[in-house]
Design a protein around this ligand. Sequence first.
Ligand code: UGA
Length: 426
Amino acid sequence: MPEAKEPIGVVGVGWVGLVTAACFAELGHDVWARDIDHEKVARLTRGEVPIHEPGLPELVARNRERLHFTTEMAPVLEHARLLFCCVDTPPTYSGDADLSRVEAVVSELADPDDHALVMKSTVPVGTGASIKRRLPGLHYVSNPEFLKEGSAIEDFLHPDRVVIGADSDSEAFADRVEALYAPLGAPVVRTDVASAEMIKLASNAFLATKISFINEIANVCEEVGADVAEVARGMGLDERIGPHFLRAGAGYGGSCFPKDVQALKQLAGNSGYHFQLLTAVIDVNELQKRRLVGKLQKHLGSLVGKEVALLGIAFKPNTDDVREATSLVLAGRLQSEGATVRAYDPVARERARPLLANAKLCDSALEALEGADAAVLVTEWQEFRELDWEGTVKRVMRRPIIVDGRNFLDRDALRAAGFVYEGVGR
Ligand code: UGA
């Protein structure tokens, strides 16, 4: 008989928790997943997936027998020894991470017994050490996640690396965590807890830095007549630089980069070190989100009374997540300049409704474009490429002006069709 697989506990069934639970179930583990939200647990128990992540509903459906959703901690502690902490750690007003949900999980482990807390939530460096000071018997493993929204399942099952941080008293549990990932065949980085925590923050901060860097190159390209897409292609072939995360655009958003860059800057500041580079990364990103307004003004003059179609609301395609999305900053800015905003997104409309109170939310791209003085592409959803730009769109827009915030559309074809086209850095 094949050896039974280690049962897994997941605490906090948000996006990270549900992807983690479903993927471990896919790898053959029984998973006890706990969330305090009764309605969410009821929906999951019925087989409904409350978040938008490609492939996740299929994975949950395929592994229903191995996935046990509950609102109680007791069954999780009873069945699993490895408890993956996946609760969220949103930023506070001061920029520090709010650890209250992590604290709540820790308080339920008052008698740690023979369990290990495996931290997947993104936490400041030093969190593991401080939890262990308060609960000296607790076994603690840091196992940061590097999943991207929209490709989380692929990222989980085919990771670039797996990072596992543990101090000497928890090595045996760290071995058990490592064994879970063995079937994935990825390089494993075994290290101490603090270094594992730092790998996560430093990785996100570095990627955000790459984006702000290429965005500044793009802004200079506009002044000197170079094309940032060509520049990125040429730079990216240098193995030391690499081709990824060199897409210039309207700034990074989402629930991770803005929060983690701020958190690392704050962490450094709290320890007496002024992280100059990250201050610039954040400032550049904020400015980049607003730059598209100037491009509209260049062609429309004053925006008072103008109708602007926003194509895309989500912070990136294939997700309904609108946290820190460029669209929200842009919509506010356009409205304060006197424009009317008509926004469309294939999946993020409902999520965005409370945040875009003064904008008209449209049911299709064409509805947003009808009568518009200009269109701004904010999120690179595939369906925007497939619009009949030369025909229907050109006919329904009041003026054929397109600001492409992601360099996503066919510039040459649009110009040939008589559009005024503005990209980023081209
Ligand atoms: C990011 C990281 O990529 C993941 O590795 C990490 O696990 C995750 O944060 C997290 O900490 O949970 P995510 O926020 O889902 O993942 O999205 P990304 O695909 O990284 O994109 C972030 C933002 O950067 C988006 O707004 C995107 O439009 C922007 N971006 C990305 C660019 O502007 N240019 C690029 O070249 C790449």
